[in-house]
Design a protein around this ligand. Structure first.
Ligand code: PMP
Length: 455
């Protein structure tokens, strides 16, 4: 492709745009995919070609790409009050209403909400609240934060120190000090020969406790976890994992921060991943599905106990000295409120529980495919991990780019998803119907067959 052709958007993009999570060279050499529109679960590129968005954009476009009610909510709020902040004890109306609406659907004990604009900002805000809380409690040494291998918690300096993916840390001098990594509960990859899934979870719980004791419990402030690790490979927690680790966190007075940025808002078949896995968060972070991706907004929900700490130190310091110009933006908040109304009116939890039967059945049927080592999923989340050898679980030579090969095939046939190495990640808009799910898996299966025939 000739990217020097002026006036084409792709050429301008190649010249002027630095993309996130992209190899800049590929954009300069091949041009970008220019997305111009969308409807339902599909997006359209500049050539008019349609694609099913099998990852809901970046795990967020829960209501697809033409939900008129969200457009109306945004327009109405823009006319009423296009901007205001939440500093200095002020707040626009929809932001207050959103905080109250969230308190009704989040797990018991989470009653107060701080707003930001992205998942990463929510994560950084949660980390700062954890530190602030421990200062309020008079234990300034209790500050280290634990996260897990292959976790994704954003890309700001602190968030990317929690995110345990090489691509987000290498070259950026990350992680910064004070961030501790423990293993992830992925039984297929890390379970030992002869170890049952529950025994594996027990081993991870023991390793967590050992790490806490080695570091010194008086130095560990919080444990951050996604209910299902999303970008790191849709890793479904191994059997009993969270039941085993939650008491350990309690025992050492370590805050449990549940990152619901992907799992929140019906994705796993309940309102939150915390409901699906019986988690008792002290703090939870939310974004993406909160506004179905139509506006940038995120939230940090905190327990009454954490809030007490914030209140106390805020008194001492004169203010809680944290907040963003656009945090709780009224247009974003109005859109989020309308999104929550839609989830409730359309019984989105019930819909996901029903349609995920087909989704999970079709997903797991791929486990028999010659190229597939493991399929895993819950609700409308799924992953297909490709392997070179099914019995030894040996991975393909990365030079073969197997995941990308499958992606290129499905793209030709009108399906986009995310290939994380050779693991294929699926997270379609929540509004998919059985027929859409069948179409997604028909295209994916054909692509796997085509790629299998090449090797
Ligand atoms: N936490 C999780 C679990 C995520 O999946 C993401 C984004 N994929 C983030 C945090 C960061 O969100 P953002 O990209 O909006 O900063």
């Amino acid at each position: 492709m000739d990217v020097t052709q002026l006036n084409s958007l792709s050429a301008l993009d190649a010249k002027h745009h630095l993309h996130g999570s992209t190899n800049p060279r590929t954009v300069i050499e091949n041009g970008a995919m220019v997305v111009t529109g969308g409807s339902g679960i599909r997006i359209v590129d500049e050539d008019g070609k349609q694609y099913i968005e099998g990852l809901a954009g970046l795990w967020c476009a829960a209501l697809g790409f033409d939900e008129e009610r969200l457009v109306i909510a945004a327009e109405k709020q823009m006319r009423e009050m296009p901007y205001y902040h939440s500093f200095l004890g002020r707040a626009p109306a929809p932001t207050i209403k959103l905080a109250e609406a969230l308190s009704r659907i989040t797990p018991a004990g989470i009653n107060r909400f701080f707003f930001a604009c992205s998942g990463s900002e929510a994560i950084d805000s949660a980390i700062k609240m954890v530190w602030y809380y421990n200062n309020a409690k008079g234990r300034p040494q209790k500050k280290k934060i634990i996260s897990r291998l292959n976790s994704y918690h954003g890309v700001t300096v602190a968030g990317a120190s929690l995110t345990r993916l090489k691509i987000n840390q290498d070259g950026f001098d990350l992680p910064i000090d004070g961030f501790v990594q423990v293993p992830c509960p992925h039984y297929y990859r890390f379970g030992r020969d002869g170890e049952t899934e529950y025994e594996f979870s027990m081993r991870l719980a023991e390793e967590l406790e050992k790490t806490i004791l080695e570091e010194g419990p008086e130095t560990i402030a919080a444990f951050f976890a996604e209910p299902v690790q999303g970008a790191g490979g849709v890793i479904i927690p191994s059997q009993g994992y969270f039941d085993l680790i939650q008491p350990i966190l309690k025992k050492y007075d370590i805050l449990f921060v549940v990152d619901e940025v992907i799992c929140g808002f019906c994705r796993t078949g309940n309102m939150f991943g915390a409901d699906t896995y019986n988690l008792k968060p002290d703090i939870m972070t939310m974004a993406k599905g909160l506004s179905a991706g139509y506006q940038p907004i995120s939230a940090v929900g905190i327990s009454d106990e954490v809030f007490e700490g914030v209140l106390k130190l805020g008194d001492e310091k004169g203010a809680f000295g944290h907040g963003f110009t656009f945090g709780g933006h009224p247009v974003s908040a109005a859109v989020a409120l309308e999104t929550l109304n839609i989830y409730q009116e359309r019984d989105m939890v019930g819909h996901v529980q029903a349609v995920s039967q087909t989704f999970q059945r079709r997903l797991h049927a791929l486990a028999d495919h010659a190229l597939v080592g493991e399929t895993r999923g819950v609700g409308l989340l799924g992953a297909v991990e490709m392997v070179a050898d099914k019995s030894s679980k040996e991975k393909f030579d990365p030079a073969l780019n197997m995941g990308t090969q499958v992606f290129e095939e499905t793209k030709k046939n009108g399906l986009l998803f995310r290939a994380a190495g050779d693991t294929l990640l699926l997270c379609p808009p929540l509004i998919v119907m059985d027929s859409d799910v069948n179409e997604i898996f028909d295209i994916l299966e054909n692509a796997l067959n085509t790629v299998a025939n090449r090797i």
